[in-house]
Design a protein around this ligand. Structure first.
Ligand code: ADP
Ligand code: 5GP
Length: 204
């Protein structure tokens, strides 16, 4: 069996990471979502253990001290991080693990895991990005400004990623990511000893 891999999805707040991930996973049940920990308070409708594991700052710091996080970062005004254990278990099982994380976290992952795949999600225009952040209706005007200002800084890092996907029409964005996954699965480096399998076992 081929080993699984990390699929890192980043993009400015409002670019549609949550929406695209949900649609992608609905149509591809083999993709496992890595639920992050955060010190951000839950939004209306968010469920602990589903959207995030919501933690106090002290609990978060304890997880960092215990080396339980694959990466972590201070984003906008809160801490976020990826629990290690789940990710490694799933990769060993051959699964694709989706990490919806910011650029700082993505760079940490890139330094440690050469086989991860990095996708940057873009809005069709910056005006549309702002409208989507406002339209989501989950942030205060101050938070909206922070997120929109940070979007410009995050775009400086797009060159660190392997692929960009434009989230104009949702279905197209999901299809683009499915195509990236399909191509990544066919990378020779992800399949050990192709000749041996075919010649000795008679199949790939
Ligand atoms: P992120 O997770 O990147 O912060 P969200 O998934 O919360 O972004 O999306 C931000 C807002 O934009 C939400 O209100 C969502 O419904 C909307 N949205 C996402 N994708 C699209 C799209 N392709 N077309 C129109 N609206 C979208
Ligand atoms: P939000 O508060 O809108 O859910 O997320 C804010 C930002 O934090 C987004 O850019 C999101 O990708 C990022 N984020 C969410 N979870 C993690 C994580 O575990 N690690 C890092 N580094 N960023 C995260």
């Amino acid at each position: 069996m081929a080993k699984g891999f990390l699929l890192v999805l980043s993009g400015p707040s409002g670019s549609g990471k949550g929406t695209v991930s949900a649609a992608l996973m609905e149509q591809n049940q083999e993709i496992q979502y890595s639920t992050s920990v955060t010190t951000r308070p839950p939004r209306v409708g968010e469920v602990d253990g589903e959207n995030y594991f919501f933690k106090t700052k002290e609990e978060f710091e304890e997880m960092v001290a215990q080396d339980q996080l694959l990466e972590h970062a201070f984003v906008h005004t809160n801490y976020y991080g990826t629990p290690k254990e789940f990710v490694f278990q799933q990769i060993e099982k051959g699964e694709i693990v989706l990490l919806e994380i910011d650029v700082q976290g993505a760079l940490q992952v890139k330094n440690k895991y050469k086989e991860a795949v990095f996708i940057f999600l873009l809005p069709p225009t910056m005006a549309e990005l702002k409208q989507r952040i406002i339209g989501r209706g989950t942030e205060t005007p101050e938070d909206i400004e922070t997120r929109f200002t940070n979007a410009f800084k995050e775009l400086d890092f797009v060159g660190e990623y392997d692929y960009f996907v434009v989230n104009d029409k949702l279905e197209q964005a999901v299809e683009d990511i499915e195509h990236i996954i399909a191509a990544e699965r066919l990378r020779v480096k992800r399949k050990s000893d192709i000749k041996k399998s075919l010649v000795e076992k008679g199949e790939i």
